[in-house]
Design a protein around this ligand. Structure first.
Ligand code: BES
Ligand code: ZN
Ligand code: ZN
Length: 481
């Protein structure tokens, strides 16, 4: 375990000196430390400070110069530190001092601490041979931030955020047989107890009593691992607003009878990334004591193939009462969200409703892996989410929710169908489907996070969880209520 401290004095001989990329690097170097002496040796002339560039000094003190790139952006700086500590964790040892007493780097204390703590994340949690090689994070070392300003709270927040992010990354990266709906609901109960939000789990029988017909229809394909519906509540005595957060929690998406192709189907263990973001946000809100009331709802189910599974063409019911023609069983996310949205609206009347879901491949076609799609019936809400996306680097890009797209979801036999009659604008038609189940709520946003919840990284060879959503929603909750 490492401990984090802020100090104006230096008590180590291992230093990290972060440096922005600038035209005359020696000018920046001159501004550096009062706190540490080093020779401005010739090699430094070749150091540009580009993002992730490093230079290690020789001599009595080991000094790592670490390039930050040009941008003064918290998310970019956080990534540089995650990368540096991840790739060097076996080479570092002892106490480390990070010099923040130049270039107003104190401003980024939270992001830097966040990046460093995230570097601990290890995807190999199920390897039987947990190789214990040199790992700085497992030492009893001190991380010392040299700063004139008080940054202890920022450091603590960056650390707390990383802990929650890693917890939800682990959930998303876990194989489906380690996170069945029941197992995941038990994990949420534990998180609620330890961080201070209440958790109510409805089993399949109770879901039936509640009338969550669309959720149960999807769950019919998985007789041995049936659905769970989980309501989480966090409240603060001074809160003036109630926020509803809804997450798609499909713990594995085979596509159902409309079976997906085999290639990369393993990645569909990440189809509960929306639920993970909601759970993580509740945990952070409770840990930070945010002045807001939050109700979270996650619909947990597998989308599998049993003889009882729903078939293309089946007509099912829903919590709101509308009948749905299931054209394609692979468009299951909108079915489970439909019930969760309608349930939350009716029973909790939140001032704002935001749902998050790895909902459509079409969202990836449109925006790639850089931004979530945002669809909202409220311009102020949309603007505020876009702003939080820019602040946190968890970007969102708005798409239209015009009624032009509504007719594509009309069914001849039921109130609505779950797949558009045309193979275009799939992220939008999915949102038009959801809109039918918010029951007239006027402050709703849908985030399609299919492209951003799970992706390639420099840390592992496969795609893995990004932890998307927690930073975005926490920033939004802090700034907008
Ligand atoms: N979970 C998928 C969407 C998805 C695809 C997420 C790729 C992440 C990466 C969703 O349930 C799905 O299968 N959607 C279908 C909908 C289609 C049948 C209308 C899709 O997008 O192909
Ligand atoms: Zn699907
Ligand atoms: Zn899905």
């Amino acid at each position: 375990m490492i401990s984090t401290k802020q100090n104006s004095k230096v008590n180590s001989n291992l230093f990290v000196i972060p440096i922005f990329e600038s035209e005359i690097i020696s000018n920046t170097i001159k501004k550096i430390p009062s706190s540490i002496k080093f020779d401005n040796w010739p090699l430094l002339d070749h150091f540009k400070g580009s993002a992730k560039e490093t230079l290690l000094s020789a001599g009595e003190n080991r000094i790592h110069f670490l390039g930050l790139g040009k941008k003064r952006e918290a998310s970019a700086i956080s990534k540089v530190f995650r990368s540096f500590f991840y790739h060097n964790k076996s080479k570092l040892s002892g106490n480390i001092s990070i010099l923040l007493d130049h270039d107003d780097l104190e401003e980024f204390a939270e992001a830097i601490a966040n990046g460093i703590y995230l570097a601990q994340y290890n995807l190999g949690m199920l390897k039987t041979n947990q190789k214990v090689e040199n790992d700085w994070f497992l030492e009893n070392s001190e991380l010392n931030f040299v700063s004139e300003k008080a940054i202890e709270n920022d450091l603590e927040k960056g650390k707390m955020l990383a802990e929650t992010q890693m917890r939800i990354m682990k959930l998303v990266d876990s194989p489906a047989n380690y996170k069945t709906p029941q197992m995941l609901s038990e994990e949420i109960e534990k998180m609620g107890k330890s961080s201070g939000f209440t958790v109510k789990v409805y089993n399949e029988k109770q879901c039936d009593e509640l009338g969550l017909k669309a959720l149960l229809a999807v769950s019919k394909g998985s007789v041995e691992n049936p659905a769970r519906f989980v309501i989480m509540e966090y409240s603060h005595p001074e809160a003036i607003k109630k926020v509803g957060l809804i997450g798609k929690g499909v713990t594995f998406d085979t596509g159902g009878v409309s079976l997906k192709p085999g290639d990369n189907m393993n990645y569909m263990k990440s189809d509960m990334g929306g639920a993970a973001a909601v759970i993580g946000t509740l945990e952070m809100a409770a840990k930070l004591g945010l002045k807001v009331n939050i109700v979270g709802a996650v619909a947990l189910t597998e989308n599998c193939i049993d003889s009882l599974a729903i078939k293309p063409g089946d007509v099912i019911g829903s919590y709101l009462g509308k009948s749905i023609e299931v054209i394609n069983t692979d468009a299951e996310g909108r079915l489970v969200l439909a019930d969760a949205l309608a349930y939350l609206k009716k029973n909790y009347q939140p001032d704002v409703m935001i749902d998050l879901a790895t909902l459509t491949g079409n969202c990836i076609q449109a925006l790639g892996y850089s931004a979530a799609a945002l669809l909202s019936n409220n311009d102020d809400l949309a603007e505020s989410l876009i702003k939080s996306g820019q602040t946190t680097g968890e970007k969102v890009w708005r798409m239209p929710l015009w009624d032009d797209y509504k007719d594509m979801m009309k069914s001849d036999v039921a109130d609505i169908k779950n797949l558009s009659s045309s193979p275009i604008a799939g992220a939008i038609t999915a949102a038009k489907f959801l809109e039918e189940f918010i029951d007239g709520h006027t402050n709703w946003a849908h985030l399609d996070i299919a492209g951003v919840a799970f992706g390639d990284s420099e840390y592992v060879s496969m795609k893995s969880s990004t932890g998307y959503g927690v930073k975005l929603l926490v920033d939004w909750l802090e700034g907008n209520l």
